[in-house]
Design a protein around this ligand. Structure first.
Ligand SMILES: NC(=O)c1ccc[n+]([C@@H]2O[C@H](COP(=O)([O-])OP(=O)(O)OC[C@H]3O[C@@H](n4cnc5c(N)ncnc54)[C@H](OP(=O)(O)O)[C@@H]3O)[C@@H](O)[C@H]2O)c1
Length: 249
């Protein structure tokens, strides 16, 4: 079994930490380095209380990580992700970006550098497998009813609105010629919830997906990392990168 080695930016953040805990339990995936500011210089295993990660250093930047890797995974913040990803490309690492709110210009800058270096790259607004299935169902609603309205709700500290997941669904619906609208809620008590609504004469239908804990993202990240190793080009959703989830569009 060949092992996929990852450097994780934001490994001590709320999402990064849950994802790293999941990855640490996978035999074929190995977190060999972490990037963060406040905990730089500390041991990731000690910070996250995961014994199998003992010896993995937290560095202040991707270029400071000593060990060789295959993939750079980013769960930082939009303003940090682009320069960290550029450092990763300079090290010839494939990119798996989970951070949301990157502007189109930055994504296209990263994509052209990745393509110049012949490295696969994915910017995935939602790593949850349930969310990928909801996306497929929402596209089906669009095909049948011609109009879909999406209500997405997140915790109050989420900076971007609409969410990257909702924006991705909007573009996929519009590409199918479906009318689409999005409404955003930012409320205490919510983690991440998205409901896609459609209606026809005498009926309405909605498909709900809700993340109740950030544990939801680990399996999708692992699936994406495995798929990225044999892939080439640019991917903008989990479903696009992982054919097992079906493109739906
Ligand atoms: N794609 C998905 O499925 C998905 C799911 C959930 C969240 N997200 C996105 O993931 C991102 C992180 O969310 P979160 O809630 O986990 O945020 P968070 O708890 O604030 O974590 C952010 C992490 O990034 C690190 N960081 C920030 N700036 C940095 C820099 N300049 N250099 C190095 N590290 C830096 C922080 O480290 P320090 O504290 O040490 O600075 C922290 O570990 C957000 O964009 C969020 O929308 C995506």
């Amino acid at each position: 079994m060949s092992v996929i080695r990852l450097i994780v930016g934001g490994a001590t953040g709320k999402t990064g930490a849950e994802v790293v805990r999941y990855l640490a339990a996978q035999g074929d995936l190995q977190v060999i380095g972490a990037v963060g500011r406040l905990q730089a210089g500390r041991d990731l295993g000690a910070v996250l209380s995961v014994p199998s990660l003992a010896g993995v250093a937290i560095s202040g930047s991707v270029s400071q990580v000593a060990a060789e890797a295959d993939i750079y995974l980013d769960f930082t913040l939009a303003e940090a992700a682009v320069s960290l990803a550029m450092e990763a490309l300079a090290r010839d690492l494939r990119l798996l970006i989970g951070t949301s709110g990157l502007d189109a210009r930055s994504v296209s800058l990263l994509a052209s550098e990745a393509s110049r270096r012949n490295l696969a790259m994915a910017v995935i607004p939602n790593f949850s497998i349930g969310a990928a299935l909801q996306r497929r169902m929402a596209l089906e609603l669009g095909r049948r009813y011609g109009r879909v309205e999406v209500v997405e709700g997140h915790h109050r500290t989420k900076r971007d609105a609409p969410s990257g997941t909702a924006k991705d669904l909007m573009s996929a619906l519009e590409a199918l010629g479906v009318e689409a609208a999005v409404h955003s809620l930012r409320l205490e008590g919510l983690v991440a919830r998205q409901e896609a609504w459609a209606g026809g004469p005498g009926e309405v239908i909605s498909v709900i997906h809700e993340v109740t804990s950030r544990q939801a993202y680990g399996a999708g990240v692992a699936m994406a990392a495995r798929q990225l190793m044999g892939a080439s080009g640019f991917f903008s959703s989990l479903a696009e990168l992982c054919p097992a989830l079906g493109p739906g569009d």
